[in-house]
Ligand binder design. Structure first.
Ligand code: ES4
Ligand code: ZN
Length: 326
């Protein structure tokens, strides 16, 4: 069979998707109208034209502005449900969805509104789409550790509705060790731990995500190749990297898909996965990332099987569930 067909049809897990980054311009405008929120863009077309980013921060500014239309529990449900339908079409059988509660609680939206809306979409996805979906609460690293600790407290009544915590937003100047205490607390609570590191930031941030935060996966991690000792550590401990090829190009981490270092990371024996990050902003969903990255870099069917297997191995699913899929 043709390689694109194999890539599109193979069952896979998505482990790095910010649910607020799945909010399409059409849904942003629909929710703005429903909630009486005014946007600084005349229409869908002019909003889409603003999606020209030069680095991570230039994206985050517009991504946080887009999230301002989310007010009611149903809005969070509708956003997640739209993503989960697309995921099902891409043969995603398991998804771990990042969400950014502080983006919403800072605007006066209750934690309960956010978590219940997202969780209800995950429940319906299992029943109606056959997609197993879970939630990972991310702390915004440009805010203080005190703010993260307060956010964790607000989320504890809903402890059973998310499986882990992550760390995202502006990386440079906000190293993982800034969040040592809150991650230690999450570890005591039995939560899974991940962190964005080595997207724009240096290998030192990947080291401290591992050694100070004790994370189980690194989100992005593409800067690891600058440090051979780090590559050895990641290989030795089989620490997964959730790589996002479209994201890296749109945020100018690499000039184009052909310059992606995915093949080198795989050749180094690392547990690499492919993910969509913020699909509504970066030009495509998971299968688009797979097909276009393979076309640009010359990866083969052998790599496709490895990436699919890695996505399940790197996921936080139970052994019993994994057995069903493999
Ligand atoms: C993000 Cl691409 C990326 N990096 C860091 N934080 C984020 N939040 C949403 N997308
Ligand atoms: Zn991300």
């Amino acid at each position: 069979a043709r390689l694109p067909e194999l890539l599109r049809r193979m069952p896979k897990a998505e482990l790095h998707i910010h649910i607020e980054g799945s909010l399409e311009p059409e849904l942003i405008f629909a929710l703005a109208q429903r909630n009486g929120v005014s946007l600084p863009y005349a229409d869908v077309e002019s909003l889409r034209q603003a999606y020209a980013f030069t680095n991570l921060q230039s994206f985050l500014d517009i991504y946080y502005a887009g999230a301002s239309v989310l007010i009611q529990e149903q809005d969070f449900y509708d956003m997640a449900w739209a993503y989960l339908q697309r995921a099902a079409a891409d043969h995603v059988v398991h998804a771990e969805l990042f969400f950014d509660p502080q983006t919403h609680t800072a605007r006066g939206i209750a934690m309960e509104t956010v978590v219940r809306g997202l969780h209800r979409a995950c429940s319906d996805a299992k029943a109606q789409l056959g997609v197993d979906a879970t939630l990972i609460l991310c702390f915004l690293r440009h805010l203080s550790e005190e703010d993260a600790l307060a956010t964790l407290e607000q989320a504890l009544p809903f402890r059973d509705l998310f499986i882990g915590v992550g760390l995202d937003s502006s990386e440079l100047g906000h190293p993982p060790e800034k969040f040592a205490r809150v991650f230690a607390r999450c570890r005591e609570l039995g939560l899974h731990l991940v962190a964005h590191a080595g997207e724009e930031g240096p290998p030192a941030y990947i080291w401290s995500a591992l050694d100070v935060l004790n994370v189980q996966r690194i989100d992005h991690g593409v800067q690891a190749l600058k440090d051979p000792a780090l590559v050895q550590r990641l290989a030795q401990d089989r620490i997964p990297l959730t790589v996002c090829p479209f994201s890296n190009v749109k945020l100018c981490v690499f000039p184009d898909l052909a310059s992606s270092n995915l093949a080198q990371l795989l050749d180094a024996g690392l547990a690499v996965t492919i993910n969509s990050d913020d699909p509504a902003y970066f030009g495509g969903y998971l299968n688009d990332n797979f097909v276009q990255t393979f076309a640009a870099t010359g990866l083969t069917a052998h790599h496709a099987y490895t990436l699919a297997r890695n996505s399940f191995e790197a996921s936080f699913v139970t052994e019993a569930q994994r057995h069903d899929w493999e």
